[in-house]
Design a protein around this ligand. Structure first.
Ligand code: HEM
Length: 584
């Protein structure tokens, strides 16, 4: 089925793949891209991420359908087969990213995709929907000391034939190498704090040199050439079919194509019963962060429209992007009599072309148009869509969710981030650490505010609070609690306010807020993120035009002033630094 808004799981996965970041801006891709080394160990981050995915996957049992990419590796790092700081660093890189819609196993798979793409390897098709386990699984990751028959059996057990095993190992060893701290017998120890490496081939890129240098005898890969023949597992694996498979993947094109296929299979090895999503493809015009809410006592509708821009051409300077919408109540309900309201964007962001190696490779960057429009609460809003007029005589483009328009599901229960807030207090052990790192001692208390529309007379307003990104990977925070009618926040414009507090030591608290109205209807605000809350960057609402015909651009549009624009990007920058900082 073709993508239609809203599909939160798809949108979350899409943002991580094509923007490389979470909804709040915290960047996963920036840890690995461009084909980065770690500042402290000098190790290849993409190599560590790719290896991590293999180690999580490789204990799959194709007979009984257990194991696979399921995040079990988070509980298996004490084992000899998963030894080394490459694993612990990778685990902490990924720690803050899982949430209700994106599992830790999805992040591990996505990590492999970003890793290969950023080092100029193929772009591996990506699907989501993996399901995490919260306990260790069986052992069974191959180690170099084992003989070839043991390796053949371990790969067979995970569902891979001998030629597939050879491809998987050759592709995996297309990046990175062996380090002295993990294998001091293979790589002589270093005299400094930075370990020595002997790489599998002569470039840090994901390329076919690992194969050609093996075939032409110039390789320095320790797992091929070491004097200790017990350790030369790559030699045994690569030559297991008299080098037939290695020869078949020796050109740049065959290496890229075969690695793309076999690594896609690898990241899609999941326990029996887990159903993956469709392939996550780029949403050309993406609506994000749509929210009807109160800001500074004004009733507003906010939404972002993310457009793609080819890297080799710049967007029209005369472009005008508008949001258009219909009332929900009154004479003009659902645009009766063609009465449409419209406004221009409050803020335009030309995104960094290097947000994600995948989008960059496709030749695009993003331009985000952020809308904040005042809404008359008595009329409210039922649906919206966008037009893009390049201002150069070319026809106006309409984005209307493939003809369905973007429907605002309900206006009876609304999350109010700007009245909500987060407070930090020292943790139980009394230590005071970095505020962005609850594991060092801070506990975060979230004060949550929701608005309920008069007339729905709810019998209950409650929320499910979920955080699966908890330091140390214990069970997730998953609790249900009631919101109470606030005695301190005065009702306004036909809405009353309900509040609750919850503490959390995790990294990504999200809320599903519900109200049960007197008539039995249940209204839901799904997956509301809490990262910004009282720090939500403020954008003043723009002016509204009400018209009975297609509106034309007018000089009365008020664009965001520079002070607001600067504050917005500073807030975003601080947040990104803070969140990324926790994972280093
Ligand atoms: C018989 C199977 C395999 C064996 C015995 C094996 C063994 C090893 C060893 C000993 C290292 C050096 C680790 C270190 O020094 O910390 C290594 C690194 C690596 N392996 Fe494998 N491996 C196998 C299969 C695979 C597969 C199938 C993949 C991925 C598809 C893979 C990906 C990697 C990567 C990317 C590195 C480099 C890590 C870095 O530089 O930090 N390996 N492997």
């Amino acid at each position: 089925a073709e993508y239609r808004w809203p599909n939160t799981q798809y949108e979350q996965l899409e943002a991580l793949l094509y923007e490389g970041r979470r909804g709040d801006g915290s960047s996963l891709a920036s840890i690995v891209h461009p084909c980065r080394s770690r500042p402290d160990t000098n190790a290849s981050v993409p190599a560590e991420w790719l290896r991590f995915a293999f180690h999580d996957m490789s204990t799959h049992n194709v007979e009984d359908g257990s194991g696979g990419l399921d995040g079990s590796i988070a509980y298996e790092l004490g084992r000899a087969e998963n030894f080394g700081v490459g694993f612990t660093h990778t685990l902490s890189d990924f720690e803050v990213y899982p949430n209700k819609y994106v599992s830790r196993a999805d992040i591990i798979a996505l990590g492999a995709v970003l890793a290969v793409a950023t080092c100029d390897g193929p772009v591996i098709p990506f699907r989501g929907g993996r399901v995490d386990t919260w306990t260790a699984g069986p052992t069974g990751v191959p180690v170099p000391q084992q003989d070839i028959q043991t390796h053949i059996n371990l790969f067979k057990n995970a569902g891979f034939s001998v030629p597939e095993m050879i491809k998987l190992v050759a592709c995996g060893h297309g990046v990175g190498g062996v380090r002295s701290t993990d294998f001091p017998d293979l790589v002589p120890p270093s005299s400094s704090s930075v370990p020595n490496f002997i790489n599998f081939d002569t470039t840090p890129k994901f390329d076919n040199l690992v194969v050609t240098q093996y075939l032409d005898g110039t390789t320095k890969n320790p797992l091929v050439v070491d004097q200790n023949k017990t350790m030369v597992s790559d030699l045994r694996v690569f030559s297991a079919d008299s080098n037939d498979t290695m020869r078949s993947i020796s050109t740049p094109d065959s290496f890229a194509t075969e690695c793309k296929n076999i690594l896609e299979r690898m990241i899609n090895v999941v326990p029996h019963g887990v159903v993956l999503t469709d392939e996550i493809t780029l949403i050309p015009a993406k609506v994000h962060d749509a929210q009807l809410t109160f800001e500074r006592e004004k009733f507003v509708f906010k939404a972002g429209l993310r457009l793609t821009q080819p890297l080799n051409a710049s967007a029209s300077k005369t472009r005008v992007v508008k949001i258009l919408w219909c009332d929900r109540y009154g004479n003009s309900k659902d645009c009766a009599g063609k009465s449409t309201r419209s406004s221009v964007s409050a803020h335009v962001v030309n995104e960094d072309p290097n947000l994600s190696p995948v989008t960059n490779r496709m030749g695009y960057l993003f331009i985000n148009y952020n809308f904040v429009v005042p809404i008359d609460a008595t009329a409210s809003i039922s649906k919206f869509w966008f037009t893009v007029d390049e201002g150069d005589g070319t026809p106006t483009t309409t984005y209307n969710n493939g003809g369905d328009d973007y429907v605002v599901q309900q206006d009876q229960l609304l999350f109010v981030p700007t009245l909500s807030k987060t407070t930090y207090t020292p943790g139980q052990n009394g230590t005071v650490g970095d505020k962005a790192t609850p594991s060092t001692g801070w506990i975060k208390e979230f004060f949550i505010v929701a608005a309920v529309r008069d007339g729905s007379n709810p019998s209950r307003v409650y929320m499910n609070a979920l955080d699966v990104a908890i330091p140390g990977f214990p069970a997730p925070l998953n609790s249900t609690l009631d919101l109470q009618l606030s005695s301190s926040i005065p009702p306004t414009q036909g809405y009353s306010f309900y509040t609750a507090s919850i503490t959390d030591a995790g990294y990504q608290l999200t809320l599903d807020i519900h109200s049960i109205a007197a008539d039995g209807n249940v209204y839901t605000e799904d997956f509301r993120e809490t990262t910004f809350l009282d720090n939500t960057p403020y954008l003043a609402p723009t002016n509204v035009t009400s018209s009975a015909q297609t509106s034309s651009s007018s000089s009365s549009w008020r664009l965001i002033d520079d002070v607001h624009a600067a504050r917005f990007s500073i807030a975003l920058g601080v947040l990104i630094t803070a969140v990324v900082g926790t994972s280093l």
